[in-house]
Design a protein around this ligand. Sequence first.
Ligand SMILES: *Cc1c(COP(=O)(O)O)cnc(C)c1O
Length: 461
Amino acid sequence: MQYHSTRGTAPILNFHDAMMTGLARDGGLYLPLTVPTLSHAAIKALRGQSYEDIAFAIMQPFMGDTFSDAEFRDLIAKAYAGFGHAARAPLVQLAPNHFLLELFHGPTLAFKDFAMQLIGQMMQAALAKSGDRITIVGATSGDTGSAAIEAFRGLANVDLFILFPKGRVSDVQRRQMTTPIESNVHAIAVEGDFDDCQACVKDMFNDFDFRDGVHLAGVNSINWARVLAQVVYYFSSALSLGAPDRAVSFTVPTGNFGDIFAGYIARKMGLPIEKLVIATNQNNILHRAIATGAYKTDGVRPSISPSMDIQVSSNFERVLYDACGEDGAAVVALMADLKAGGFSLEQGSLDFLREAFASGDCSEAETLASIAHSYASTGEVLCPHSAVGVHVAAGYLGATPMITLATAHPAKFPDAVQKAIGQRPALPPRMAGLFERAERITCAPNDLAALQQLVRERIIS
Ligand SMILES: *Cc1c(COP(=O)(O)O)cnc(C)c1O
């Protein structure tokens, strides 16, 4: 399996190198040259299998010879062993034909654990073979950071730097990043918003002296290996509801477009998905893009669903590549327009997107009402991100079963939940003690040179 960049001029890589590289050297994102498809019979044969067995069947065709089958099965088993639910990604029912896919049973209580635990295992295995040492730098709007820290803490050949927007993550999210004691973990509070953090990381990758000098690797949601790991639960949940004999739709609380892009890949592989509904909070650039064709940035407004407070959704570039007829030069032109404030999609591209995607947005008041409504009508306590999804999904219910992704555990966002239902959700027992542990934080300006300096100093000492 070979991977090429959305911008068309970076080297073609195998799975191992695409995973280790993260961002392509031309600034683009890696995609498989062709997406393997599974026949109806092959999908049907996965019914009733364990999450781990489905994961192996879905991901193995993308891996090339990076790992032997036995090795890969072992890495998958280790990745999900620490989850607090035997089904890994259980489905519960919210309303007639509306289901909630609980993706928050991993070690940091958000769906990011599905990809991060696996990429942690895969990178560790690959580095053990090569003897290399890497520096991982990632930006987080809250949940990626803790998921990465949980996956890489204490590893001998990895230094991990997580940039997060100072004051814009929840206390639980911050403490999950700042309380681990391992010295290879560095949580950096940046004076800026998530888009600033993400831009800094991108600039580090585009500075080749720095990139090669510190052996930079990326585990942000643009990393192909992370997208791939997320494809699995689209299959496992759809199979539970009768796929491939019956189509399903998904609604996905969306920020950086990584999670829903995995759904798009599942659809390309042959899973019968009718619609993928993009659910945004008040930062609704993606909803506006699908509704009007205009992708225009207008600044981030902090919300109670902070992991979706994003304007520039990195992974949207991947679907734009397909929407532009796999024309790397066209993607380069759109991304240049985006730096200058935005672009308008051509009708053909917009039609392409609307065939697969629908969209909706959810205000702050609607998010709180959604939490309250789910609690009153089902007893299910939603996190604010999942509540955005459930609110948007309600507009698309019909004959096709709808699966809304619950992306985080409500206890990660107790203030919003309390505001909605007057109760604070309890942290699961394995998180007890989070508020007693000492925090280690480094503050830094929103400045590329200063952040690069900090990384260099820390990896030497
Ligand atoms: C990261 C995150 C999202 C957004 O996912 P993307 O893949 O960035 O679209 C939604 N909800 C929660 C809780 C998250 O942590």
